[in-house]
Design a protein around this ligand. Structure first.
Ligand SMILES: O=P(O)(O)OC[C@H]1O[C@@H](O)[C@H](O)[C@@H](O)[C@@H]1O
Length: 256
């Protein structure tokens, strides 16, 4: 039998109207698929850059670089943010750029193809404790939403079998349609809270990305919980504004 995680956080309907969850790496195990797709993409770009400039090839770190520059941000922002950190600025390009073009648009498209291939190959599983926590929130009358930068968010949520346990899914496609800026801007969290009828001070946010924690802090959310999946991000999550840090959702209980 799997060992039960000790409860580190208890939520109650008295204090909370709604719980807002990041998706990849918080409700589902898909952060590793995103990180691997980004690594394949960026290592190709960095190799080409090294060959063209004579500078040494320094690969993308799928843990540290992913967390600092890519995790939680809309796809194109991830391309710009990591490459800028390596001193590389690319033209924006357009959707009709050829796949090998060194433009933000072409790289974002290539990342999507790599991610979809990994998704088909490996599938999606709910993160430990995710389904049980969503069910407990529903029993307690605390509304639940997914707020994800990913334009694959709705499909990933459904593939994990968690769709029927949440009241709202606001993903990257919805944000683009509404013209809302992505994390670290607070707008997508604020929109989800508004739709669920919860004042930010009475909502809890669960996030594994510093950019997402920052978005929740800027939105004035009452309780911000960092999810430190790999046990290496607690300080960074607290520095970005997390009030508490857990390893998995199995550490969260809901008061009856
Ligand atoms: O490329 P997508 O699926 O639209 O996702 C955008 C971002 O969505 C976030 O949820 C992931 O943490 C990032 O890794 C990803 O880059």
């Amino acid at each position: 039998m799997a060992e039960r995680s000790p409860t580190r956080l208890v939520l109650s309907r008295r204090d909370r109207d709604a719980a807002l969850f990041d998706l990849d790496g918080v409700l589902t195990d898909t952060a590793r698929l995103h990180a691997a797709a980004w690594k394949t993409l960026f290592d190709e770009v960095l190799r080409r850059h090294a060959a063209a400039t004579g500078a040494p090839f320094r690969p993308f770190d799928a843990i540290a670089d992913y967390r600092a520059f890519v995790d939680g941000r809309p796809r194109e922002d991830g391309v710009r943010s990591f490459l800028a950190a390596r001193g590389i600025v690319l033209p924006e390009g357009t959707d009709s750029d050829p796949p090998e073009a060194l433009t933000v648009a072409a790289l974002a498209r290539r990342k999507q193809a790599l991610f979809l291939a990994a998704l088909r190959r490996e599938g999606v599983a709910p993160a430990p404790g995710a389904a049980a926590l969503l069910a407990a929130l529903r029993r307690a009358g605390i509304a639940a939403a997914v707020v994800s930068a990913s334009r694959n968010g709705a499909e990933v949520l459904a593939a994990a079998g968690l769709e029927r346990l949440v009241d709202l899914c606001l993903d990257g496609r919805d944000a683009a349609a509404l013209g809302l800026p992505g994390k670290p801007a607070p707008d997508t969290f604020l929109e989800a809270a508004r739709r669920l009828g919860g004042a930010p001070a009475r909502c809890v946010v669960f996030e594994d990305a510093p950019a997402g924690v920052e978005a929740a802090r800027r939105g004035g959310f009452g309780l911000i919980v960092g999810v430190d999946r790999d046990g290496q991000a607690a300080a960074m999550l607290r520095g970005a504004g997390a009030h508490a840090v857990i390893r998995t959702l199995a550490e969260v209980a809901v008061a009856a």
